[in-house]
Design a protein around this ligand. Structure first.
Ligand code: PMT
Length: 404
């Protein structure tokens, strides 16, 4: 996802310019703010109106256009950009930048930016293989500019060879990697439970706990950023669903159990972060319970243990649980890991400041099946989430090697 990121697309004059319309469209679907700069020649292949309609932003073609807002446009975009992608990158723009020429909106913006600049060359094979072009590419690569290799195939000019623009999906995937970091979970599906459950007593009261959902939602956000397909099954919380994550809202442990059991088969990693009520009321009063005697006894009966049931049927899936403890942290967590057939358990001592319920940070121990413990210092729940995902990935990679 590219929410909150500004991608500047520099379109040059080549027949592949039409393919860049799809690049812009895909970036928009990832929530990027896309700003298109076109060279004069690019506007002969595709109209600025096309890019304006797809990007929902003004398209800049001329250095001396009236700016939409009073800012020096090439400086403003150069500063705002998280990345600049030049596609199709012609021999002309590569040559200009390699030789320090800044004579139009695109070349001046490239010259004025500190953001990464990615060139996606697309041109006739002979032009691409020309030693001058290759020398310019080498020079720019050494200076830190990034080049995507053109694809080989039949060219618009009728010849065959290297010089075709890579598929839009390839360009967008590279942009996401460069802007957001690693996408090492892109082939994996992650199911996460989060938040508390609410067990009704009567129409106005319920039993719950202090879980805010922050830990589970942080893991979901990180897994999604790293490319995983993520589904959250969440008790009642007050947090926005992370971009790109599917969220199913539940209230009771029973509802959470049913949703998890319906879904788990399609997932590779199952992370049980929810603070699930162990008991529920044997009878839910139909009407509000009135104040009568000195005592009120409510009979509680056991809820299903979601993690334990998953442990019985998980197969090769990676099952990760959490253990919220107030005493004897490691022993209690290890007992749960064994009883529920988990691959990892994340132990947090919820009496420690900065750990457990409601905080933005956590202090966790990652306990493995063989008893090894990774003891981590206080860190944001997002960082802790990444450490847990790293460990899950290590197990998956090891299992893959062992099975081959
Ligand atoms: O939501 P936050 O405010 O960010 O707080 C995070 C947290 C403290 C809730 C989280 O870090 C945490 O520790 N979650 C697990 C809390 C818990 O209920 O632990 P437990 O020891 O009771 O349960 C052990 C494991 O079994 C957990 O993975 C739990 O999800 C699972 N379980 C428990 C009972 C049950 N009926 N079904 C379950 O699946």
């Amino acid at each position: 996802m590219l929410e909150g990121k500004t991608v500047v697309i520099g379109v040059c004059g080549g027949i592949a310019a039409y393919k860049v319309v799809e690049v812009v469209s895909r970036l928009k679907k990832l929530y990027a703010d896309v700003n298109v700069i076109m060279t004069e020649n690019a506007a002969k292949f595709v109209t600025p109106l096309t890019f304006r309609s797809i990007s929902h932003n003004p398209v800049i073609t001329d250095m001396f256009d009236e700016p939409v807002k009073w800012e020096i446009q090439h400086i403003s975009l150069a500063t705002k950009a998280d990345i600049i992608v030049v596609a199709p990158a012609t021999a002309n723009i590569i040559g200009k930048v390699a030789n320090g020429i800044a004579d139009d909106m695109l070349s001046t913006t490239i010259m004025a930016t500190k953001a990464p600049v990615v060139f996606v060359p697309a041109m006739n094979t002979n032009m691409y293989e020309n030693p001058i072009v290759q020398e310019n590419i080498k020079k720019l690569t050494e200076l830190g500019y990034i080049f995507l290799e053109p694809e080989t195939g039949l060219m618009a000019c009728g010849t065959a060879g290297a010089g075709r623009l890579p598929e839009p999906s390839v360009i967008v995937e590279r942009v996401e990697e460069l802007v957001c970091g690693k996408r090492d979970l892109k082939d994996l599906k992650v199911l996460i439970t989060a938040g508390p459950t609410q067990e009704p007593i009567d129409p106005v009261r319920y039993i719950t706990n202090r879980s805010s959902g922050k830990m589970g939602y942080a893991i979901a956000a990180q897994a999604s950023k790293r490319g995983a397909q993520v589904k959250l099954i969440s008790g009642p919380v007050n947090i926005k669903t992370p971009v790109g994550v599917e969220n199913v809202a539940v209230k009771t442990a029973d509802e959470m159990f049913n949703e998890v059991m319906k879904s788990y088969e399609a997932f590779d990693i199952l992370i049980m972060v929810a603070a699930v009520a162990d008991y529920r009321c044997a009878q839910i009063a139909e009407k509000k319970i009135k104040k009568k005697g000195e005592n009120l006894n409510i009979e509680l009966i056991k809820n299903p243990d979601i993690a334990k049931e998953l442990g019985k049927v998980k197969g090769n899936r990676i099952l990760i649980g959490f253990s919220a403890e107030t005493n004897d942290l490691v022993n209690n967590a290890c007992e749960k890991l064994a009883a529920k057939n988990m691959d990892l358990i994340i132990a947090n001592d919820v009496t420690q400041e900065g750990a457990g319920f409601g905080t933005d940070t956590n202090i966790i121990k990652i306990i493995k099946r063989n008893g090894d413990i990774i003891d981590l210092p206080i860190m944001s729940k997002a960082e802790a989430g990444n450490k847990i995902l790293d460990e899950a990935l290590l197990i998956i990679n090891k299992n893959t090697v062992d099975n081959n």
